[in-house]
Design a protein around this ligand. Structure first.
Ligand SMILES: Cc1cc2nc3c(=O)[nH]c(=O)nc-3n(C[C@H](O)[C@H](O)[C@H](O)COP(=O)(O)O)c2cc1C
Ligand code: SF4
Length: 531
């Protein structure tokens, strides 16, 4: 009796779905295959997860492979992040594969790195232009801009706590400084085209509001966002689904509509006025001021270096974001096809500064999957002084790469404004994980530097890396990216300073002569005895 009722109920439900499918006009598949078509839509929805867990190999998934994600997860949880049995990469036949060349003898090695003792920048940020609040960043790994809006409040809190614990900086993203950013971590305040947090009622830039914000929080630097690798030439976009009452209040925007920032700034209109803007903000706030940009046409960079060569105006840092960079939401064409990938874009911009004799005067920051040790080392060898990590930090706080950030349905509470989904993310424990991930990445960078025989990743040169062609030949990074002699390297004074900081009493990198000892300790925490 009961069974027949259940069967009857299921039959009625299926009949109702079939009737609806047959009468709707939006989906041809459903009209043609009522009920059955839902299975296809369901499979499509869980496609990323299916591919991730069942179908793909360790290195196939994109943007981050399973191997890469596993390393981030293990590192952030202080678990064993080693791999056993050797590489599963087909090294010799992969074009573009980077090989770091170790040295047998060296004498200026970093201090004992079993514990993370920090990894400062080789350059003083704002020092060359004499900014009042110039400083040497304590960590070459910092958290990249991701706004409160694209990210949940709990995720922002976790990232900022992580920054505080790991002693690194947390970039606000273009959504401005929210209460969630105030967990004690140092801040890089980003200024986007909509000037959220420092704008007048008509949407134009307000210097007074900017100064108020800078004074209200541990803001160490200001980054003017010109563009982002995943959507260059397009302003920030917060889909309507993510415009919560809190976001609406903080940003001063209406609910129920996409929040699309303008594609260009109104506070300056060309390179000349950009530099005036940089100098104004630096003079009024005292903090170093830089720009973030993806790389397309090179005219802007030629203009910038030409004007900076006069040495009366200049940016303190340049963040280059690769076209492979992440976003909360962007049109696919922008994510896929606009802006150069990191290594190509960065090397072109760096070369422009180097040719103008300005490379020691500017701190170069890279982003675009640089939260992985191998990619970060290549970036340092090309001339980066620091790396900013976004999606890797998201993974450290729980992201599983389900790629639904633009829908407000993030299952892990990282990139959503849905209170129920966001409440699953615990800022305290995830803050610890974020910190542990940053520390582990720093340790690996130190460890690789040691293998190369230098005291700091900034001392790794383009000749220390080979790029395989996939056909049994290779080019040095130097050749692959068209670098001239000395490019990608720190000037002698900077090299001496950072060597002395990392290996007090050690000799200069060029005198790499004495053999290294044994007894290296494992990188990951709590890995136990691994042989
Ligand atoms: C969810 C999300 C939100 C982002 N929001 C911003 C932003 O507000 N401003 C910005 O300059 N970049 C933003 N980005 C780009 C990152 O800061 C970073 O440049 C890019 O993702 C490359 O770093 P990654 O490969 O480590 O993720 C965002 C990225 C993600 C994934
Ligand atoms: S888990 Fe959340 S943050 Fe990560 S990719 Fe999926 S939707 Fe985006």
């Amino acid at each position: 009796m009961r069974l027949s009722r259940v069967v009857g109920g299921v039959g009625i439900a299926i009949g109702a779905v079939a009737a609806r499918d047959l009468t709707q006009k939006k989906h041809a598949l459903m009209r043609n295959f009522p009920v059955l078509a839902h299975a296809r839509y369901w499979l499509e929805t869980i496609g990323p997860e299916l591919r991730q867990y069942i179908v793909t190999s360790n290195d196939e998934e994109r943007p981050f492979s399973r191997d890469q994600r596993s390393w981030i997860y293990a590192s952030s949880k202080q678990e064993n992040n080693y791999s056993g049995f050797g590489t599963d990469n087909d090294i010799e036949h992969l074009p573009g594969y980077a090989i770091i060349k170790h040295r047998t003898f060296a004498d200026s090695l970093p201090h004992d790195h079993a514990e993370d003792t920090g990894l400062p920048s080789a350059k003083v940020l704002g020092g060359p232009r004499g900014r009042a609040k110039a400083f040497r960043p304590e960590s070459v790994v910092n958290i990249s801009g991701m706004s409160f809006g694209s990210m949940s409040g709990n995720a922002i809190q976790a990232l900022n706590r992580g920054a505080r614990i790991a002693g690194c900086m947390h970039n606000t993203g273009e959504g401005g400084l929210s209460p969630h950013h105030r967990q004690g971590g140092d801040i890089i305040l980003q200024i986007g085209t909509a000037y959220f947090g420092c704008r007048n009622d008509d949407g134009t830039f307000s210097l007074d509001r900017l100064k108020d914000v800078v004074e209200s929080a541990p803001v160490r630097a200001i980054e003017i966002k010109l563009s982002q690798g995943a959507k260059p030439g397009l302003g920030g976009l917060l889909p309507a689904a993510k415009v919560s009452p809190e976001i609406s209040e903080i940003r001063g925007i209406p609910m129920g509509q996409d929040c699309a920032s303008p594609s260009r700034h109104t506070a300056f209109t060309d390179t000349d006025s950009l530099l005036d803007f940089v100098e104004l903000i630096a003079a009024e706030t005292g903090v170093p001021v830089g720009i973030k940009s993806a790389v397309g046409e090179m005219g802007f960079w030629s203009d910038l270096t030409r004007l900076m060569s006069r040495r009366d105006r200049g940016v303190d840092f340049v963040t280059i974001d690769g076209g492979e960079g992440g976003t909360g939401a962007s049109p696919r064409i922008f994510a896929d096809s606009i802006a150069l990938p990191f290594r190509m874009g960065f090397s072109r911009v760096y070369g422009t500064f180097a040719a103008a004799g300005l490379s020691d005067d500017v701190t170069f920051i890279g982003s675009g999957k640089l939260g992985l040790p191998d990619n970060a080392i290549v970036a340092f060898a090309l001339g980066a002084d620091m790396v900013s990590v976004a999606r890797e930090a998201m993974m450290a706080v729980g992201c599983i790469q389900s790629q639904k950030c633009h829908t407000d349905r993030c299952p892990t509470g990282v990139a959503t404004q849905d209170p129920w989904l966001a409440h699953g993310l615990d800022p305290a424990s995830k803050g610890e994980r974020c910190a542990q991930y940053v520390r582990t990445l720093r340790k690996e960078l130190v460890k690789v530097s040691e293998a190369v025989g230098v005291a700091h990743p900034g001392l790794i040169t383009p000749d220390d890396i080979d790029i395989l062609r996939g056909d049994y030949e290779s080019d040095s990074l130097h050749t692959a990216y068209g670098y001239e002699a000395g490019w990608g390297e720190l000037g002698p004074e900077l090299a001496r300073e950072i060597t002395e900081l990392m290996a007090p009493g050690g000799s200069r990198p060029e005198r790499r002569s004495s053999e290294q000892g044994e007894g290296e300790k494992p990188l990951g925490q709590d890995v136990g005895t691994i042989t």
